[in-house]
Design a protein around this ligand. Structure first.
Ligand code: ADP
Length: 251
């Protein structure tokens, strides 16, 4: 079943054509990435999906129904963990639900059983500054997942982490995703991350953005073994080539 469907979506902001013609879809339980050069319009697509912006052209539907300006469409996790420093981890994690009107007691009852899966047991009453970068990122992801929206939008969720923590988080996320199968749309400029995590990848052109490639990743999971499986490695090289063509660079 299709959760998200964008058909010929276009957007002009002021005098800037940001999105020329974007068509993409995400099926239930699917992991899809949007890969593109910096400034292509990746975050702008998320602003459309979260209702912060409205498209000028084309149609966006969620489970076949139009995504309107007032609809709180999808759960969103930004690049920085965006945890409130003055709130304990448990309160940070339940904040999204409480904003939706879920009573605090019920929000906590839904959140607490998930702390073990997210490696956060014992840290429920700590403040964000008392956690490592990876733990804060896991708390931010737990807050996103807990909102129970049809789909998680992840905007470079591991981008702010150091290289080692980033790799550990990607591996952890891959394992969690395999059991949970959250419907996920990930924005990234990291080819390796896209290939390791996704079922399918859309590649965007430079602004004004169009979809210039759509590839399925056939490599069985897990894909973070060493060395990288050969077909995943070949796909990474192919995608990098497409991206370099867009930025006018060569290796
Ligand atoms: P990405 O996430 O791919 O790096 P963004 O979606 O953040 O790219 O931005 C895409 C382009 O849209 C950028 O070139 C940016 O300058 C432009 N842009 C974003 N918001 C506005 C705006 N309000 N007015 C004009 N241009 C904008």
């Amino acid at each position: 079943m299709t959760v998200l469907d964008m058909k010929n979506v276009g957007l002009t902001l002021g005098k800037t054509d940001v999105l020329a013609d974007i068509s993409m879809h995400v099926a239930q339980g699917e992991f899809v990435s949007i890969l593109g050069p910096s400034g292509a319009g990746k975050s702008t697509i998320f602003r459309l999906l979260t209702g912060a912006l409205h498209s000028d052209r084309g149609a966006i539907t969620c489970y076949g129904l139009p995504l309107t300006r007032n609809q709180q469409g999808f759960a969103f996790m930004p690049q920085s963990d965006a945890l409130m420093p003055w709130l304990r981890i448990l309160d940070n994690v339940t904040l999204g639900l409480e904003v939706q009107g879920v009573p605090r007691k019920e929000a906590r009852a839904r959140a607490l059983p998930l702390f073990a899966d997210f490696g956060l047991v014992g840290f429920e009453h700590r403040y964000p500054a008392q956690l490592s970068g990876g733990m804060r990122q896991r708390a931010a992801l737990l807050r996103t997942v807990l909102q129970g929206r049809p789909m998680q939008l992840l905007d470079e969720p591991f981008g702010a982490l150091d290289a080692l923590t980033r790799m550990q988080m990607q591996k952890w996320f891959e394992a969690r995703w395999q059991s949970a199968r959250w419907t996920t749309l990930l924005v990234t400029h990291d080819v390796r991350e896209a290939v390791a995590l996704s079922d399918r990848i859309y590649v965007l052109s430079r602004r004004p953005a169009t979809v210039i490639a759509e590839v399925a990743v056939p490599t069985p999971r897990p894909r973070f073994g060493s060395p990288t499986p050969p077909d995943a490695h070949a796909l990474e090289a192919h995608l990098l080539d497409i991206l370099l063509t867009q930025t006018g660079d060569t290796l």
